[in-house]
Ligand binder design. Structure first.
Ligand code: COA
Length: 216
């Protein structure tokens, strides 16, 4: 991870992620929304050339936040126990989802409710642990995709169909409004030994990827 100060200005072709490992969930001093707002302002202010307090955020119809400043980069945040990940780029709308790798879930029940029939069929044939890992991989890929488009996850998870089991997301088909599957790019990250994340973006040309620590 680069120190944030060394990363400098955000280049036009750059996709940058900031990883903030935290223990605040174990000792919650501030409510989540307040903590997340502080992290976003800390990361985004230097990229816009304003102070953290001067940043102004808007929300799209389904809650996707954006910066209300001309020329500001797109960003997206995901937050779970033990850490927060913020992705920023000027080249595309980014979606990010972060989950803990040890997350235990009623995998088949959730998959039958939210995933496509084809994905369920493959998951059902796996051992419990393989299905759990494959489910988390699918979930992170689907949620990152929904966060890039900004639709929210409800009603959209099953239309984002991926190969089951691959660590790097391989998109088979996307909802009609999201365009052809070939237009999408995905990156799987392991920001810590306990976390897995996916970045999703559409119509990006070649990107330079950088990973940074949080600014002090
Ligand atoms: C937002 C959502 C995609 C993921 O939430 P999650 O798994 O609980 O949490 P994550 O940590 O991964 O992401 C939360 C952050 O994503 C961002 N976010 C919120 N809505 C978003 C959206 N529609 N698209 C992309 N990003 C969004 C915000 O930064 C949010 O943090 P905040 O709650 O402090 O504002 C999910 O809750 C969802 O689908 N919500 C639907 C909301 C909706 O449809 N509302 C309708 C309003 S009319």
């Amino acid at each position: 991870l680069l120190p944030a100060a060394a990363a400098g200005a955000l280049a036009a072709d750059e996709l940058r992620v900031y990883w903030h490992p935290d223990t605040a969930h174990d000792h919650p001093a501030a409510p989540r929304r307040q903590r997340v707002d502080r992290l976003l302002r800390q990361v985004l202010a230097p990229l816009v050339g304003l102070s953290p307090a001067e940043l102004s955020f808007g929300r799209e119809a389904h809650g996707r936040p954006f910066l209300r400043h001309a020329g500001a980069p797109d960003f997206n945040l995901s937050d779970t126990r033990g850490g927060s990940l913020i992705a920023v780029s000027r080249a595309a709308r980014i979606g990010v989802d972060l989950e803990r790798v040890d997350r235990q879930l009623p995998v088949l029940r959730l998959a039958r409710r939210w995933f496509s029939a084809q994905e369920c069929e493959v998951l059902e044939a796996l051992s419990a642990e393989d299905a759990r890992v494959a489910f988390l991989r699918l979930w992170t890929a689907k949620e990152a995709s929904c966060k890039s488009t900004g639709t929210g996850i409800f009603g959209f998870l099953s239309a984002w169909r991926f190969d089951v089991g691959t660590a790097a997301p391989r998109l088979q088909s996307a909802p009609a409004d999201a365009g052809a599957a070939e237009r999408w790019r995905f990156l799987r990250l392991a920001p810590s030994a306990e976390h897995t994340a996916v970045l999703a973006l559409r119509d990006s040309t070649t990107l330079t990827f950088s990973a940074c620590q949080f600014p002090d």
